[in-house]
Design a protein around this ligand. Structure first.
Ligand code: PLP
Length: 392
């Protein structure tokens, strides 16, 4: 199995067929399972086999198919599927941490991730040090002998700043800390995070894995030991498990994931190139462009520029809103990784709650637009952006 290539695994990996031999993965929309005898029930509660299930909060055949397929994609030993990306982030961190532990986290995080590290973990006695993720000196200065984990997004939202996974992993290993990476913006297609030193990789499956705006989902990837001994007990008892229907939607999403993400990346590169130097823009941020300060790291770490672009419109919020309202193909929303191209104004939506000081620190200006490039024809997207820029 593992010698097969990614595209093959994305179509066939983890498949389990019932006695009917269905072509497409079955949705086992069941919460419970029946046992042939009382003895069999006793035995299963004692030690469930690979294909034996007890209760859907613990596991379900459709969910298991998704977990195995996702693990093959990332090159992880095992996976646990969750109800959302946030259930995955919360589950991975809460499962491994206890009062008295210390973690170091990058500051540029998805809002809910920041809430977990700033508000929730300290309530349970976990000490958190925040650093600028791209500055290795800050990671070096922050880790301590009692640092249990480091946590970061490998590419930050919305300013597309990269954290060097291999370099931070080396610093973390020096103190025996686990490396936990929220890898959404790098996409599972381009990720090689485990090979680069990540111990735990988390995806919001809501993003590229579904990629069609239908469902929430998440997945935690890591060693079998970590997933089964640390993550599974926490999640199966606290209830953040994925529903079988969601797993089925995501299995279908994974079949086309590689094709979609590569096409979206190709379009993103074309759009970024077309926007570079535009008279109405003060800045275009795309890791695949040579103008990106971490272009070399982007090529080394993910080998591509990804599906996201950010750009700054001259004229602040007013100009940014006029631009958004003039778009005809690209939609105003806040999802990402979707087939539909989506433009977001982070300062007033996804990052609205941050203080002005924090926004300035993270480079989230009033003119900043985040663009998630979809599957439309790239030339239509470029025309749409250019028309909206000239309509301003
Ligand atoms: C969307 C997102 C999440 C949260 O995922 P949900 O599926 O919405 O819960 C976490 N981290 C990053 C980087 C995200 O983009």
């Amino acid at each position: 199995m593992t010698t097969r290539k990614t595209r093959t695994n994305l179509v066939h990996g983890g498949t389990r067929r019932s006695q009917y031999g269905e072509l497409s993965e079955a949705i086992y929309l069941t919460q419970g399972f029946v046992y042939p005898s009382a003895e069999a029930a006793e035995q299963r509660f004692l030690q469930a086999g690979e294909d034996e299930f007890i209760y859907a909060r613990y596991g379900n055949p459709t969910v298991r198919m998704f977990e195995e397929r996702a693990a093959l994609l990332e090159g992880a030993e095992d996976a646990f599927a969750t109800a959302s990306g946030m259930a995955a982030v919360n589950g991975a961190l809460m499962a491994m941490l206890k009062a008295g532990d210390h973690i170091v986290s990058a500051r540029a995080l998805f809002g809910s991730c920041l809430y977990i590290v700033e508000e929730i973990l300290p309530r349970f006695g976990v000490e958190v040090t925040l650093v600028d993720g791209a500055d290795l000196e800050q990671w070096r200065a922050a880790v301590r002998p009692d640092t249990r984990a480091v946590f970061f997004e490998s590419m930050s939202n919305p300013t597309l700043e990269l954290v060097d996974i291999a370099a931070v992993a080396e610093i973390a290993r020096g103190v025996g800390a686990s490396v936990v990476v929220d890898n959404v913006f790098s996409t599972p297609v381009y990720s090689d995070a485990i090979a680069q030193g990540a111990d735990v990789v988390i995806y919001s499956a809501t993003k590229h894995m579904d990629g069609q705006g239908r469902t929430l989902g998440g997945v935690i990837l890591g060693t079998r030991e970590f997933i089964r001994k640390t993550v599974e007990p926490y999640l199966k008892h606290t209830g953040g498990s994925m529903s079988p229907f969601t797993a089925w939607v995501l299995l279908k999403g994974l079949e086309t994931l590689d094709l979609r993400v590569r096409a979206q990346t190709e379009s993103a590169a074309r759009i970024a190139a077309a926007l570079e130097g535009h008279a109405r823009l003060s800045r275009v941020i795309y890791p695949g462009a040579e103008s990106h300060p971490q272009h070399a790291l982007a090529l080394r770490q993910i080998g591509a520029g990804g599906t996201m672009i950010a750009f700054e419109i001259d004229g602040g919020k007013e100009a940014a809103f006029r631009f958004l309202n003039a778009l005809e193909v690209i939609l105003i929303s806040n999802n990402l990784g979707d087939a539909k191209s989506i433009a977001t104004h982070p300062a007033t939506t996804t990052h609205q709650r941050l203080s002005d000081e924090m926004k300035a620190h993270l480079g989230i200006s009033e003119g900043l637009i985040r663009l998630s490039v979809g599957l439309e024809d790239a030339s239509d997207l470029i025309s749409d952006i250019e028309a909206a820029l000239s309509a301003m």
